[in-house]
Design a protein around this ligand. Structure first.
Ligand code: SAH
Ligand code: SF4
Ligand code: F3S
Length: 478
């Protein structure tokens, strides 16, 4: 959820999927152990899956390494959401070529959404790949690795209707020891016409509510103070116990996790505007530790485009949800969004409607993308990707400029206010200054004084930039 502006691309695009990349940060392999190196691309679900994969590999006797030159197995957990996400993975694979030449026993696996989309075709296209493993097939990793040990290539891209990995305790990667992801559901049953996810992640299924609450509880005991419940569409979470004696919807799940401990913050992502209910909003209002921040992707501000995207809501419906968030949480809740520019046939006027929606909602920030046609999706089959690349980039630049100016205005509105902040540690720029997030997910920096990681403190905001609120620690809410 960090807000990243890619400076890799010449044309700027805020691209949380393609440029956020997690590597193992700890080397915990004993000298005798085989070593795993894993890199993750894409959304938080993929990052969370890498933690499951690492857990499976550790059970198999592997240790982890942050240096791929000394690895016995390299896994790339990949993303297919836009073409540039796949291009990055292919470039990365090319970089592993020389390592594989030196070490003939090195096994390279492509995991995740690109594996699922391309299946065994990937083995033909990328000769150094030994293994292709889809997101629901990680439990077969031991068998697949054995197959590769025997000198064969291995593929499992079976999509399951049941797998939730509820029985696997993830190994936390790149963790600050305070904030963790909990995957609560997998797959997506929506068919937004532009989106590859239903094809790479399969049908929607919800994880056992008790296992989610237990994971949150265990994390709290280990010192974690913030959990983010993850799913492509968390609001359609629906779990039934065996015999259907208990059913749990998303609002009820949120409440259960909030009740684990008042000192454990709860976040969630992502909400679909058609499914988020007032019950969820009232549950957020009721519990102080459910963070007042909602990521509510709009995709477009124009009704004709929304219809072509098969988002199943109108601009007016969407604005109704924004109104409900602001009303029920009395303006305390920050809101961010995802927007796509240059979708099939989008006119200048329709693009203006997206800018206009942005001005009307005044989001705290947004992730913005140029439309990238994905093979096999309804849009690729039925619509023409006819907006020229330079037009898409110009529209994207306009949207990004608007976002930046409104983000700054919104941050200015925080000056003079006092927020509860969960202390994460020293800020990157200055050891004397520490940072943490408020409930609204804004990054707050302050002179350290007497506080330590994991404390909740009150910070009064004195000034700001686009990315940071700066303040001072105060004793009481003022
Ligand atoms: N499940 C989430 C989002 C998943 S993908 C939801 O429904 O909101 C994250 C974001 O990537 C999407 O919200 C969308 O804005 C963007 N995206 C998805 N497919 C895309 C495509 N083909 N081209 C450009 N952006 C895309
Ligand atoms: Fe893709 Fe739509 Fe599902 Fe989100 S809700 S993952 S955009 S199909
Ligand atoms: Fe990418 Fe797959 Fe996530 S396509 S955005 S890694 S679900």
């Amino acid at each position: 959820m960090t807000h990243i502006i890619s400076d890799i691309d010449i044309i700027k695009e805020t691209d949380k999927e393609a440029c956020e990349l997690a590597r193992i940060s700890e080397d915990n392999a004993a000298p005798t152990q085989r070593k795993l190196y894993i890199e993750s691309y894409g959304c938080q679900m993929n990052f969370s899956d890498s933690e499951i994969v690492t857990s499976i590999m550790i059970d198999l006797g592997y240790g982890t390494t942050s240096n791929y030159h000394e690895a016995d197995v390299i896994f790339l957990n990949t993303c297919s959401i836009r073409d540039n996400a796949e291009v990055k993975v292919r470039k990365r694979l090319a970089a592993f070529g020389p390592v594989k030449k030196k070490n003939k026993n090195l096994q390279i696996g492509v995991l995740g959404c690109m594996a699922e989309r391309l299946k065994s075709q990937l083995l033909d296209e990328e000769k150094l790949v030994d293994m292709v493993v889809g997101p629901d097939a990680y439990k077969s990793l031991p068998a697949l690795l054995a197959q590769v040990d025997d000198g064969h290539k291995a593929v499992n891209v079976f999509l399951s209707r049941e797998e939730t990995y509820a029985d696997i305790t993830p190994v936390r990667l790149n963790s600050n020891g305070l904030c963790a992801y909990i995957s609560i559901m997998r797959g997506c049953n929506n068919m937004c016409s532009f989106c590859i996810v239903p094809y790479t992640r399969g049908r929607e299924r919800s994880r056992d509510a008790n296992s989610i609450v237990k994971e949150a509880h265990d994390l709290y005991q280990e010192g974690y103070r913030e959990v983010t419940l993850l799913g492509q569409n968390v609001d359609s979470y629906h779990w039934e116990s065996e015999g259907k004696t208990e059913t749990v919807n998303f609002a009820q799940l949120l409440e259960k996790v909030a009740l684990v401990n008042p000192l454990l913050r709860v976040r969630f992502s992502t909400s679909h505007p058609k499914d988020i209910t007032d019950e969820v909003l009232y549950t957020m209002k009721k519990h102080h530790n459910i963070c007042k921040y909602i990521h509510l992707p709009a995709q477009s501000g124009d009704n004709r485009i929304l219809d072509l995207m098969a988002r199943s809501y109108t601009r007016e419906w969407y604005l109704g949800k924004i109104e409900a968030i602001n009303r029920i949480m009395e303006g305390e809740c920050t809101i961010s969004t995802d927007l796509i520019v240059g979708f099939c046939g989008e006119t200048e006027e329709e693009h203006q409607n997206t800018l206009d929606l942005y001005r009307q909602v005044r989001y705290n920030y947004a992730y913005m993308f140029a439309y990238s046609e994905r093979p096999g999706t309804p849009a690729a089959k039925n619509l023409v990707d006819d907006i020229a690349a330079d037009v898409k980039q110009r529209r994207l630049a306009e949207l990004i400029a608007l976002e930046r100016s409104i983000t700054l205005e919104k941050n200015h509105e925080a000056i003079g206010k006092t927020f509860e902040v969960l202390v994460e540690g020293p800020s990157k720029r200055n050891e004397e200054e520490w940072g943490g997030r408020n409930s609204q997910y804004q990054w707050v920096v302050f002179p350290k004084k007497e506080c330590k990681k994991g404390d909740y403190i009150q910070v009064k905001i004195t000034h700001c930039t686009t990315g940071t609120l700066n303040g001072v620690i105060v004793d009481e809410q003022s």
